[in-house]
Design a binder for this molecule. Structure first.
Ligand code: GDP
Ligand code: IMO
Ligand code: MG
Length: 422
Protein backbone atom coordinates (compact mmCIF):
# COMPACT_ATOMS: atom_id res chain seq x y z
CA UNK A 1 0.00 0.00 0.00
CA UNK A 2 2.78 2.49 0.84
CA UNK A 3 3.93 3.47 -2.59
CA UNK A 4 4.41 7.17 -2.07
CA UNK A 5 7.36 8.79 -0.33
CA UNK A 6 7.41 12.46 0.48
CA UNK A 7 10.19 15.04 0.83
CA UNK A 8 9.32 18.16 2.84
CA UNK A 9 11.12 21.24 4.08
CA UNK A 10 11.31 21.40 7.86
CA UNK A 11 12.07 25.08 8.38
CA UNK A 12 11.89 28.19 6.18
CA UNK A 13 12.87 26.61 2.87
CA UNK A 14 16.17 26.04 1.06
CA UNK A 15 17.12 23.08 3.23
CA UNK A 16 18.49 21.21 0.20
CA UNK A 17 15.29 19.38 -0.77
CA UNK A 18 16.40 19.32 -4.41
CA UNK A 19 19.45 17.24 -3.61
CA UNK A 20 17.50 14.68 -1.58
CA UNK A 21 14.79 14.46 -4.23
CA UNK A 22 17.41 13.96 -6.91
CA UNK A 23 18.79 11.00 -4.96
CA UNK A 24 15.44 9.43 -4.11
CA UNK A 25 14.00 9.86 -7.57
CA UNK A 26 16.57 7.39 -8.89
CA UNK A 27 14.21 4.75 -7.52
CA UNK A 28 10.98 6.55 -8.37
CA UNK A 29 8.83 5.91 -11.42
CA UNK A 30 7.07 9.22 -10.92
CA UNK A 31 8.29 12.41 -9.28
CA UNK A 32 5.65 15.05 -8.53
CA UNK A 33 5.65 18.69 -7.42
CA UNK A 34 2.62 19.37 -5.28
CA UNK A 35 2.40 23.00 -4.15
CA UNK A 36 3.86 26.46 -4.67
CA UNK A 37 5.25 27.87 -7.87
CA UNK A 38 8.41 29.53 -9.05
CA UNK A 39 8.95 31.01 -5.62
CA UNK A 40 10.78 27.69 -5.14
CA UNK A 41 14.37 27.16 -6.20
CA UNK A 42 15.78 23.67 -5.87
CA UNK A 43 19.45 23.28 -6.69
CA UNK A 44 21.21 20.17 -7.89
CA UNK A 45 24.90 20.03 -8.68
CA UNK A 46 25.99 17.40 -11.15
CA UNK A 47 29.45 17.14 -12.62
CA UNK A 48 30.31 20.76 -11.87
CA UNK A 49 27.03 21.98 -13.37
CA UNK A 50 24.34 23.66 -11.27
CA UNK A 51 20.66 23.16 -12.11
CA UNK A 52 18.06 25.37 -10.43
CA UNK A 53 14.54 24.02 -10.64
CA UNK A 54 11.63 26.35 -10.02
CA UNK A 55 8.66 24.45 -11.43
CA UNK A 56 9.75 21.22 -13.03
CA UNK A 57 10.25 18.41 -10.50
CA UNK A 58 13.96 17.80 -9.93
CA UNK A 59 13.26 14.11 -10.59
CA UNK A 60 13.26 14.86 -14.33
CA UNK A 61 17.05 14.53 -14.32
CA UNK A 62 16.59 10.79 -13.92
CA UNK A 63 15.98 9.18 -17.24
CA UNK A 64 12.73 7.25 -17.18
CA UNK A 65 11.17 9.07 -14.24
CA UNK A 66 7.89 10.75 -15.15
CA UNK A 67 7.97 14.31 -13.83
CA UNK A 68 4.56 15.67 -12.87
CA UNK A 69 3.57 19.22 -11.99
CA UNK A 70 0.56 18.58 -9.78
CA UNK A 71 -2.75 20.42 -9.50
CA UNK A 72 -1.65 22.29 -6.34
CA UNK A 73 1.14 24.09 -8.19
CA UNK A 74 0.75 27.55 -9.68
CA UNK A 75 2.49 27.97 -13.01
CA UNK A 76 4.11 30.95 -14.67
CA UNK A 77 4.29 29.65 -18.26
CA UNK A 78 7.14 31.97 -19.16
CA UNK A 79 9.31 30.51 -16.39
CA UNK A 80 8.26 27.00 -17.29
CA UNK A 81 9.20 27.52 -20.96
CA UNK A 82 12.60 28.81 -19.87
CA UNK A 83 13.18 25.74 -17.68
CA UNK A 84 12.20 23.40 -20.49
CA UNK A 85 14.61 25.25 -22.80
CA UNK A 86 17.47 25.05 -20.27
CA UNK A 87 17.01 21.33 -19.80
CA UNK A 88 16.92 20.69 -23.54
CA UNK A 89 20.06 22.79 -24.05
CA UNK A 90 21.82 20.65 -21.47
CA UNK A 91 20.88 17.47 -23.26
CA UNK A 92 18.03 16.38 -20.99
CA UNK A 93 14.78 15.13 -22.47
CA UNK A 94 11.54 16.67 -21.28
CA UNK A 95 9.29 14.11 -22.96
CA UNK A 96 8.53 12.80 -19.47
CA UNK A 97 7.03 16.04 -18.26
CA UNK A 98 3.30 16.08 -17.42
CA UNK A 99 1.36 19.09 -16.20
CA UNK A 100 -1.96 19.00 -14.37
CA UNK A 101 -4.89 20.49 -16.25
CA UNK A 102 -6.03 21.81 -12.86
CA UNK A 103 -2.88 23.77 -11.97
CA UNK A 104 -3.55 27.51 -11.93
CA UNK A 105 -1.77 29.91 -14.28
CA UNK A 106 0.15 33.00 -13.21
CA UNK A 107 -0.51 36.06 -15.38
CA UNK A 108 1.49 39.32 -15.48
CA UNK A 109 -1.16 41.06 -13.33
CA UNK A 110 -0.45 38.60 -10.50
CA UNK A 111 3.23 39.46 -10.54
CA UNK A 112 2.45 43.18 -10.72
CA UNK A 113 -0.05 42.91 -7.86
CA UNK A 114 2.49 41.00 -5.72
CA UNK A 115 5.06 43.77 -6.25
CA UNK A 116 2.55 46.51 -5.62
CA UNK A 117 1.24 44.93 -2.41
CA UNK A 118 4.77 44.56 -1.08
CA UNK A 119 5.41 48.21 -1.90
CA UNK A 120 2.26 49.25 -0.06
CA UNK A 121 3.27 47.28 3.04
CA UNK A 122 6.13 49.76 3.45
CA UNK A 123 8.07 48.81 6.62
CA UNK A 124 5.95 45.72 7.16
CA UNK A 125 6.91 43.82 4.03
CA UNK A 126 6.55 40.03 4.01
CA UNK A 127 9.55 39.82 1.73
CA UNK A 128 7.75 37.76 -0.92
CA UNK A 129 9.60 36.56 -3.98
CA UNK A 130 7.35 38.89 -6.07
CA UNK A 131 6.53 36.05 -8.42
CA UNK A 132 2.75 36.52 -8.15
CA UNK A 133 2.24 33.58 -5.81
CA UNK A 134 -0.11 35.22 -3.26
CA UNK A 135 -2.30 36.89 -5.91
CA UNK A 136 -2.70 33.74 -8.07
CA UNK A 137 -3.74 31.64 -5.05
CA UNK A 138 -6.18 34.48 -4.15
CA UNK A 139 -7.79 34.13 -7.59
CA UNK A 140 -7.91 30.34 -7.20
CA UNK A 141 -9.89 30.67 -3.97
CA UNK A 142 -11.90 33.59 -5.33
CA UNK A 143 -12.88 31.15 -8.12
CA UNK A 144 -11.86 33.42 -10.96
CA UNK A 145 -8.56 31.65 -11.69
CA UNK A 146 -7.50 30.29 -15.08
CA UNK A 147 -6.17 26.74 -15.11
CA UNK A 148 -3.69 25.01 -17.43
CA UNK A 149 -6.55 23.05 -19.04
CA UNK A 150 -8.34 26.33 -19.88
CA UNK A 151 -5.10 27.80 -21.20
CA UNK A 152 -4.05 25.03 -23.57
CA UNK A 153 -7.61 24.50 -24.82
CA UNK A 154 -7.84 28.24 -25.50
CA UNK A 155 -10.87 28.61 -23.25
CA UNK A 156 -9.50 31.45 -21.19
CA UNK A 157 -10.13 34.68 -23.10
CA UNK A 158 -13.52 35.44 -21.52
CA UNK A 159 -12.25 34.94 -17.95
CA UNK A 160 -9.05 36.81 -18.74
CA UNK A 161 -11.04 39.84 -19.94
CA UNK A 162 -13.11 39.80 -16.75
CA UNK A 163 -10.00 39.47 -14.58
CA UNK A 164 -8.13 42.25 -16.35
CA UNK A 165 -11.16 44.53 -15.93
CA UNK A 166 -11.23 43.85 -12.16
CA UNK A 167 -7.47 44.14 -11.71
CA UNK A 168 -7.43 47.41 -13.66
CA UNK A 169 -9.97 48.88 -11.24
CA UNK A 170 -7.61 48.01 -8.40
CA UNK A 171 -4.57 49.32 -10.28
CA UNK A 172 -6.46 52.61 -10.86
CA UNK A 173 -7.21 52.94 -7.13
CA UNK A 174 -3.53 52.42 -6.39
CA UNK A 175 -2.55 54.97 -9.06
CA UNK A 176 -0.74 52.22 -10.98
CA UNK A 177 -0.75 51.91 -14.76
CA UNK A 178 -3.47 49.64 -16.14
CA UNK A 179 -2.92 46.57 -18.33
CA UNK A 180 -4.31 45.53 -21.72
CA UNK A 181 -5.79 42.11 -22.50
CA UNK A 182 -4.28 42.20 -25.98
CA UNK A 183 -0.78 42.51 -24.52
CA UNK A 184 -1.31 39.23 -22.69
CA UNK A 185 -3.41 37.24 -25.14
CA UNK A 186 -0.89 36.72 -27.90
CA UNK A 187 1.89 35.74 -25.51
CA UNK A 188 -0.29 33.29 -23.57
CA UNK A 189 -1.75 31.77 -26.74
CA UNK A 190 1.79 31.05 -27.79
CA UNK A 191 2.50 29.34 -24.42
CA UNK A 192 -0.71 27.38 -24.85
CA UNK A 193 0.51 26.00 -28.19
CA UNK A 194 3.89 25.04 -26.79
CA UNK A 195 2.66 23.50 -23.53
CA UNK A 196 -0.39 21.64 -24.82
CA UNK A 197 1.47 18.38 -25.31
CA UNK A 198 2.34 18.17 -21.61
CA UNK A 199 -1.06 18.91 -20.08
CA UNK A 200 -3.07 15.91 -18.87
CA UNK A 201 -5.33 14.73 -16.07
CA UNK A 202 -2.51 14.02 -13.61
CA UNK A 203 -4.88 12.61 -10.98
CA UNK A 204 -5.69 9.80 -13.40
CA UNK A 205 -2.01 9.42 -14.29
CA UNK A 206 -0.96 9.12 -10.64
CA UNK A 207 -3.69 6.63 -9.80
CA UNK A 208 -2.86 4.52 -12.83
CA UNK A 209 0.71 4.48 -11.56
CA UNK A 210 -0.45 3.39 -8.10
CA UNK A 211 -2.55 0.60 -9.65
CA UNK A 212 0.54 -0.60 -11.47
CA UNK A 213 2.52 -0.63 -8.21
CA UNK A 214 4.76 2.17 -9.40
CA UNK A 215 6.78 4.16 -6.89
CA UNK A 216 5.87 7.84 -6.54
CA UNK A 217 8.02 10.54 -4.97
CA UNK A 218 6.36 13.76 -3.85
CA UNK A 219 8.58 16.78 -4.02
CA UNK A 220 7.71 19.36 -1.38
CA UNK A 221 8.51 23.00 -2.04
CA UNK A 222 8.83 25.80 0.50
CA UNK A 223 8.64 24.47 4.03
CA UNK A 224 6.73 23.90 7.27
CA UNK A 225 7.26 27.32 8.84
CA UNK A 226 6.14 28.99 5.59
CA UNK A 227 2.81 27.13 5.66
CA UNK A 228 -0.23 29.40 5.32
CA UNK A 229 -1.95 27.63 8.25
CA UNK A 230 0.86 26.36 10.45
CA UNK A 231 3.71 28.76 9.71
CA UNK A 232 4.63 32.11 11.21
CA UNK A 233 1.67 33.96 9.67
CA UNK A 234 1.69 36.47 8.00
CA UNK A 235 5.35 35.79 7.10
CA UNK A 236 4.41 32.74 5.07
CA UNK A 237 3.68 31.67 1.54
CA UNK A 238 0.13 31.20 0.22
CA UNK A 239 -0.08 27.42 0.10
CA UNK A 240 0.27 24.39 2.39
CA UNK A 241 3.83 23.04 2.00
CA UNK A 242 3.10 20.63 4.87
CA UNK A 243 1.86 17.07 4.47
CA UNK A 244 -1.77 18.00 3.76
CA UNK A 245 -0.67 19.94 0.69
CA UNK A 246 0.87 16.77 -0.68
CA UNK A 247 -2.56 15.11 -0.80
CA UNK A 248 -4.56 18.11 -2.03
CA UNK A 249 -1.82 19.11 -4.46
CA UNK A 250 -1.79 15.74 -6.19
CA UNK A 251 -5.07 13.92 -5.53
CA UNK A 252 -3.23 11.10 -3.74
CA UNK A 253 -4.92 9.77 -0.59
CA UNK A 254 -3.10 9.60 2.76
CA UNK A 255 -3.23 5.79 2.88
CA UNK A 256 -0.59 5.52 0.15
CA UNK A 257 2.01 7.64 1.96
CA UNK A 258 4.99 5.75 3.36
CA UNK A 259 8.18 7.61 4.26
CA UNK A 260 8.00 11.32 5.02
CA UNK A 261 11.50 12.79 4.88
CA UNK A 262 11.99 16.10 6.68
CA UNK A 263 14.89 18.01 5.16
CA UNK A 264 16.93 20.43 7.26
CA UNK A 265 20.35 21.98 7.37
CA UNK A 266 22.82 21.52 10.20
CA UNK A 267 22.18 25.22 10.85
CA UNK A 268 19.18 27.27 9.75
CA UNK A 269 18.38 30.00 7.24
CA UNK A 270 15.48 32.15 6.19
CA UNK A 271 14.71 34.59 3.40
CA UNK A 272 12.09 37.26 3.87
CA UNK A 273 10.85 38.98 6.99
CA UNK A 274 9.41 37.58 10.22
CA UNK A 275 10.53 36.09 13.52
CA UNK A 276 13.55 33.81 13.60
CA UNK A 277 14.64 33.04 17.14
CA UNK A 278 18.02 31.44 16.48
CA UNK A 279 19.09 33.99 13.87
CA UNK A 280 22.67 35.18 14.21
CA UNK A 281 22.48 38.69 12.87
CA UNK A 282 26.18 39.08 13.55
CA UNK A 283 29.59 37.78 12.50
CA UNK A 284 28.58 34.15 13.08
CA UNK A 285 25.57 34.49 10.76
CA UNK A 286 27.76 36.21 8.16
CA UNK A 287 30.33 33.41 8.39
CA UNK A 288 27.67 30.71 7.94
CA UNK A 289 26.23 32.60 4.96
CA UNK A 290 29.61 32.72 3.24
CA UNK A 291 30.60 29.14 4.08
CA UNK A 292 27.23 27.76 2.97
CA UNK A 293 26.82 30.12 -0.03
CA UNK A 294 23.51 31.17 1.43
CA UNK A 295 22.13 33.38 -1.30
CA UNK A 296 18.65 32.75 -2.73
CA UNK A 297 18.36 30.34 -5.66
CA UNK A 298 15.34 32.28 -6.92
CA UNK A 299 15.86 35.89 -5.86
CA UNK A 300 19.62 35.89 -5.05
CA UNK A 301 18.81 37.62 -1.75
CA UNK A 302 21.30 36.97 1.07
CA UNK A 303 19.69 34.45 3.41
CA UNK A 304 19.43 35.17 7.12
CA UNK A 305 21.45 32.51 8.94
CA UNK A 306 21.52 31.07 12.45
CA UNK A 307 21.72 27.97 14.63
CA UNK A 308 19.61 24.87 14.21
CA UNK A 309 16.40 25.09 16.24
CA UNK A 310 15.15 21.76 17.58
CA UNK A 311 11.96 23.27 19.00
CA UNK A 312 10.96 24.23 15.46
CA UNK A 313 12.18 20.88 14.12
CA UNK A 314 10.06 18.97 16.64
CA UNK A 315 7.08 21.06 15.53
CA UNK A 316 7.74 20.10 11.89
CA UNK A 317 8.08 16.42 12.87
CA UNK A 318 4.77 16.55 14.72
CA UNK A 319 2.83 18.37 12.01
CA UNK A 320 4.03 16.29 9.09
CA UNK A 321 4.51 12.90 10.70
CA UNK A 322 8.16 12.95 9.60
CA UNK A 323 9.64 9.44 9.62
CA UNK A 324 13.23 10.27 8.71
CA UNK A 325 15.52 13.30 8.72
CA UNK A 326 17.74 14.42 5.88
CA UNK A 327 20.35 16.79 7.29
CA UNK A 328 22.38 18.78 4.80
CA UNK A 329 25.39 21.08 5.13
CA UNK A 330 27.04 19.03 7.88
CA UNK A 331 30.28 19.87 6.03
CA UNK A 332 29.49 23.59 6.29
CA UNK A 333 28.72 23.67 10.02
CA UNK A 334 31.80 21.52 10.61
CA UNK A 335 33.98 24.38 9.40
CA UNK A 336 33.17 26.37 12.54
CA UNK A 337 35.18 25.97 15.78
CA UNK A 338 32.08 25.94 17.99
CA UNK A 339 28.50 25.05 17.08
CA UNK A 340 25.37 25.89 19.02
CA UNK A 341 22.20 23.84 18.98
CA UNK A 342 18.91 25.25 20.26
CA UNK A 343 17.38 22.59 22.52
CA UNK A 344 14.54 24.60 24.06
CA UNK A 345 13.06 28.06 24.55
CA UNK A 346 13.27 30.00 27.78
CA UNK A 347 9.96 31.72 28.44
CA UNK A 348 8.97 33.53 31.63
CA UNK A 349 11.59 31.63 33.64
CA UNK A 350 10.64 28.19 32.28
CA UNK A 351 12.13 26.06 29.53
CA UNK A 352 9.64 24.87 26.94
CA UNK A 353 9.66 22.78 23.75
CA UNK A 354 6.41 24.40 22.60
CA UNK A 355 6.69 26.14 19.25
CA UNK A 356 4.35 29.06 18.96
CA UNK A 357 3.63 30.87 15.72
CA UNK A 358 2.11 33.77 17.64
CA UNK A 359 4.40 36.76 17.12
CA UNK A 360 3.88 38.13 20.63
CA UNK A 361 4.59 34.75 22.22
CA UNK A 362 7.73 34.30 20.12
CA UNK A 363 8.99 37.71 21.18
CA UNK A 364 8.94 36.48 24.81
CA UNK A 365 11.12 33.41 24.05
CA UNK A 366 14.89 33.12 24.22
CA UNK A 367 16.77 30.14 22.81
CA UNK A 368 18.48 27.68 25.16
CA UNK A 369 21.69 26.41 23.58
CA UNK A 370 24.00 23.46 23.97
CA UNK A 371 27.50 23.93 22.58
CA UNK A 372 29.44 21.44 20.44
CA UNK A 373 32.94 21.32 19.02
CA UNK A 374 33.24 21.78 15.27
CA UNK A 375 36.28 21.41 13.03
CA UNK A 376 35.02 18.25 11.33
CA UNK A 377 37.66 18.52 8.58
CA UNK A 378 36.91 17.39 5.02
CA UNK A 379 34.00 14.94 5.21
CA UNK A 380 32.86 15.14 1.58
CA UNK A 381 34.28 11.71 0.69
CA UNK A 382 32.80 9.84 3.70
CA UNK A 383 30.15 7.29 2.82
CA UNK A 384 29.28 5.78 6.21
CA UNK A 385 28.02 7.55 9.29
CA UNK A 386 30.37 5.62 11.56
CA UNK A 387 33.34 7.06 9.66
CA UNK A 388 32.41 10.64 10.47
CA UNK A 389 34.70 12.40 12.96
CA UNK A 390 33.65 12.15 16.60
CA UNK A 391 32.59 15.80 16.83
CA UNK A 392 30.18 15.37 13.92
CA UNK A 393 28.78 12.16 15.42
CA UNK A 394 28.16 13.85 18.79
CA UNK A 395 26.27 16.68 17.11
CA UNK A 396 24.12 14.38 14.96
CA UNK A 397 23.44 11.93 17.81
CA UNK A 398 22.17 14.75 20.01
CA UNK A 399 19.75 15.92 17.31
CA UNK A 400 18.36 12.42 16.95
CA UNK A 401 18.15 11.97 20.70
CA UNK A 402 16.04 15.09 21.18
CA UNK A 403 13.87 14.87 18.08
CA UNK A 404 13.43 11.08 18.29
CA UNK A 405 13.43 10.56 14.54
CA UNK A 406 16.27 8.73 12.77
CA UNK A 407 18.62 10.53 10.44
CA UNK A 408 18.40 8.85 7.03
CA UNK A 409 20.58 11.17 4.94
CA UNK A 410 23.62 13.28 5.82
CA UNK A 411 24.70 15.95 3.35
CA UNK A 412 28.48 16.32 3.20
CA UNK A 413 28.76 18.70 0.23
CA UNK A 414 26.76 20.33 -2.55
CA UNK A 415 27.58 17.73 -5.18
CA UNK A 416 25.03 15.05 -6.02
CA UNK A 417 27.21 12.28 -4.59
CA UNK A 418 28.28 14.12 -1.42
CA UNK A 419 25.86 12.31 0.82
CA UNK A 420 25.79 9.56 3.43
CA UNK A 421 22.78 7.27 3.17
CA UNK A 422 22.17 5.81 6.61
P1 GDP B 1 15.91 23.60 -1.66
O1 GDP B 1 15.10 24.79 -2.06
O2 GDP B 1 15.44 23.02 -0.37
O3 GDP B 1 16.02 22.57 -2.73
O4 GDP B 1 17.38 24.15 -1.36
P2 GDP B 1 18.22 25.20 -2.26
O5 GDP B 1 18.67 24.53 -3.49
O6 GDP B 1 17.46 26.48 -2.42
O7 GDP B 1 19.42 25.54 -1.29
C1 GDP B 1 20.28 24.55 -0.82
C2 GDP B 1 21.72 24.92 -1.20
O8 GDP B 1 22.59 24.11 -0.47
C3 GDP B 1 22.02 24.63 -2.65
O9 GDP B 1 22.96 25.58 -3.10
C4 GDP B 1 22.65 23.24 -2.63
O10 GDP B 1 23.54 23.02 -3.71
C5 GDP B 1 23.40 23.29 -1.33
N1 GDP B 1 23.54 22.02 -0.61
C6 GDP B 1 22.61 21.05 -0.43
N2 GDP B 1 23.09 20.09 0.39
C7 GDP B 1 24.35 20.47 0.75
C8 GDP B 1 25.34 19.93 1.61
O11 GDP B 1 25.17 18.88 2.25
N3 GDP B 1 26.51 20.62 1.72
C9 GDP B 1 26.74 21.78 1.05
N4 GDP B 1 27.90 22.40 1.21
N5 GDP B 1 25.82 22.31 0.23
C10 GDP B 1 24.63 21.69 0.10
P1 IMO C 1 12.15 26.47 -1.69
O1 IMO C 1 11.21 25.48 -2.29
C1 IMO C 1 12.75 29.99 0.84
C2 IMO C 1 9.37 32.77 1.25
C3 IMO C 1 9.68 34.15 0.71
C4 IMO C 1 8.83 34.99 1.65
C5 IMO C 1 7.59 34.14 1.85
C6 IMO C 1 6.41 34.52 0.95
O2 IMO C 1 13.28 26.84 -2.57
O3 IMO C 1 12.56 26.08 -0.31
P2 IMO C 1 5.95 34.12 -1.64
O4 IMO C 1 6.68 34.62 -2.85
O5 IMO C 1 5.84 32.66 -1.56
O6 IMO C 1 4.61 34.80 -1.47
O7 IMO C 1 6.85 34.62 -0.39
O8 IMO C 1 7.99 32.80 1.56
N1 IMO C 1 9.61 31.65 0.31
C7 IMO C 1 10.70 30.88 0.33
N2 IMO C 1 11.82 30.94 1.07
N3 IMO C 1 12.61 28.99 -0.05
C8 IMO C 1 11.48 28.88 -0.79
O9 IMO C 1 11.25 27.82 -1.59
C9 IMO C 1 10.48 29.87 -0.64
N4 IMO C 1 9.29 30.09 -1.22
C10 IMO C 1 8.76 31.16 -0.61
O10 IMO C 1 11.04 34.46 0.82
O11 IMO C 1 9.45 35.13 2.89
MG1 MG D 1 15.35 26.81 -2.50
Amino acid sequence: MKKVDVVLGSFYGDEGKGKIIDYLSQNADVSVRCTGGNNAGHTIEIGGKKFAFHLIPSGILNKGTIAVIGNGVVIDPKVLMQEIKNLKENGYLVDNLRISDKAHVIFPYHVEMDRLQEELRKEEKIGTTCRGIGPVYCDKYERCGIRMGDLVNKKFEKQLRKNVETKNKLFEIYGHKTIKVEDILEEYNSYANQLKEYVVDTVELLHNALEENKKILCEGAQATLLDIDFGSYPYVTSSNPTIGGICTGTGIGAKYIGEVYGVLKAYSSKVGAGPYITEQNNEIGDTIRELGHEYGTTTKRPRRCGWLDLVALKYAVMLNGITGLAINHVDTIGKLDKIKLCVGYQKEGKTTMHYSTDMDEIAKCKPVYEEFDGNFGDISHIKQRKDLPENAQKYLNRIEEIVKVPIKFIGTGARRDAMIVC
